[in-house]
Design a protein around this ligand. Structure first.
Ligand code: GTP
Ligand code: MG
Length: 398
């Protein structure tokens, strides 16, 4: 997961840095060559000068003593004679002006640099292409590029670590893009808060297209909640697909949580209602409600879903989408969101998606917080979403 994006972005940064470093080297050579031969270099004088550190580091009282005792003796004058500090060289006659300019330029070259307009364009273009090739949508890549460009215009790039500085700028722009959907929803923290407030049960409805991982993810969440001492009940509300009820039951038994079920063809909303009643009666913290996979274009199934929402009144309506669906995933979410307000997203099968750009696009184009990322088939393979996790996975700080 994210391998594609990680490889492409770091290659783009490294490629640019190599070019930039070469150019810097050339600029240094040009500068050194430009120094007139007749101009004396200040180094020999500086090498003779005694280091002034002891005076600076002396404790206050000792310093005072030194000042007192040296008052009658012209120590200060002696120091002036032997120690010509760099700034004074600048004030000296005309021929040394060239040198101080050179020094200044050198110091600029070895401390921080600001990228030129053309260099920024070149760098941002490379990053933009890397994003597009990794399944990041056009809108998202464009917004990212604008953000990066604006930051680079004012950025003081550390010339000793151009790569690190550029990586930092790309990471900053990534965080800005991901901020569109906030920090995500930290379910375990939310549950802790609700338990403390006695505001229970928390009802979560899982919906989305066929086969995206709704039932498996629901079981993963039950497992991970249980590990944290948080109880849950599963509602087998997919009464449509063959073997869906047995699948939910199988997960419930494996995880060790209760399941509320009925017959195939039964009203999914009434099963969800029963599961909520069961949770209330048994002081269970969470109700996890499954649903049959559906397309946003299937009017009957959308009506059925709206009824489930009315009856069960979930606290969180969570869209489960697979990362491998590419750019069409954003569109699916937007369409579902027209019929019922989606509170959060779970992005599954990131382990099957070598490119990984979808995670960024979804956050930016929908603006809906992400809860989790599915990274495999096991119950453990569920990662809490945070922008930090995404940015660190895509481009670790260097
Ligand atoms: N590799 C991988 N497989 C996953 C992940 N999440 C779910 N799966 C697999 O995806 C397949 C479908 O999962 P389900 O949970 O049945 O999906 P669903 O959305 O409930 O499917 P329907 O009920 O038919 O709509 C199963 O084989 C799961 O093990 C994931 O994060 N990574
Ligand atoms: Mg299912």
């Amino acid at each position: 997961m994210f391998e594609g994006l990680r490889k492409k972005l770091s290659e783009a940064v490294k490629g640019f840095v190599k070019k930039e470093e070469k150019e810097l080297e050339e600029r240094k050579v040009e500068t050194i060559e430009a120094v007139p031969e007749t101009v004396p270099t200040p180094q020999p004088t500086i090498q003779k000068v005694a280091p002034p550190q002891p005076k600076i580091e002396a404790p206050k009282r000792i310093k005072e003593t030194i000042v007192e005792t040296t008052k009658p003796v012209p120590v200060a004058k002696e120091e002036k004679k032997v120690a010509p500090p760099a700034p004074k060289v600048e004030q000296k006659p005309e021929k040394i002006v060239n040198l101080s300019f050179t020094t200044k330029l050198k110091s600029i070259l070895t401390s921080t640099i600001t990228l030129k307009e053309g260099e920024i364009e070149d760098f941002v273009d490379k990053i933009n292409i890397s994003l597009l090739e990794s399944d990041v949508s056009y809108d998202t890549a464009d917004a990212f590029s604008e953000s990066l460009k604006a930051n680079l215009k004012t950025a003081k790039i550390d010339a000793k670590n151009i790569q690190g500085a550029l990586v930092g700028e790309v990471r900053k722009a990534l965080f800005e893009i991901l901020a569109k959907s906030g920090e995500g929803i930290q379910l375990y923290d939310l549950m802790g808060k609700r338990i403390a407030e006695h505001s229970l049960p928390v009802k979560i409805l899982f919906l989305g297209p066929n086969g995206t991982g709704k039932t498996t993810t629901m079981a993963k969440i039950a497992y991970n909640l249980k590990k944290r001492g948080i109880t849950s009940v599963l509602s087998a509300s997919d009464t449509f697909r063959a073997a869906a009820i047995e699948q939910t039951e199988h997960h419930a038994n494996k995880v060790g949580v209760p399941v509320i079920k009925s017959k195939y063809g039964a009203d999914p909303a009434s099963i969800a209602f029963d599961a909520v009643a069961y949770a209330k009666a048994h002081a269970i913290h969470t109700v996890l409600i499954d649903s049959a996979g559906r397309q946003e274009t299937n009017k009957n199934l959308i009506n059925e879903m709206q009824k489930m929402v009315r009856v069960a009144q979930p606290n969180l309506i969570v869209f489960v989408g697979e990362s491998t669906a590419g750019n069409q995933l954003s569109e699916q979410i937007k369409e579902f969101n027209k019929f019922m307000k989606i509170d959060g997203i779970i992005l599954t099968k990131l382990d099957c998606d070598a490119k990984g750009g979808n995670a960024i696009s979804i956050a930016y184009t929908t603006g809906i917080p992400i809860l989790f990322i599915g990274t495999g088939e096991s119950y453990e393979a569920l990662v809490q979403y945070t922008p930090q996790f995404i940015v660190d996975s895509i481009l670790p700080a260097s």
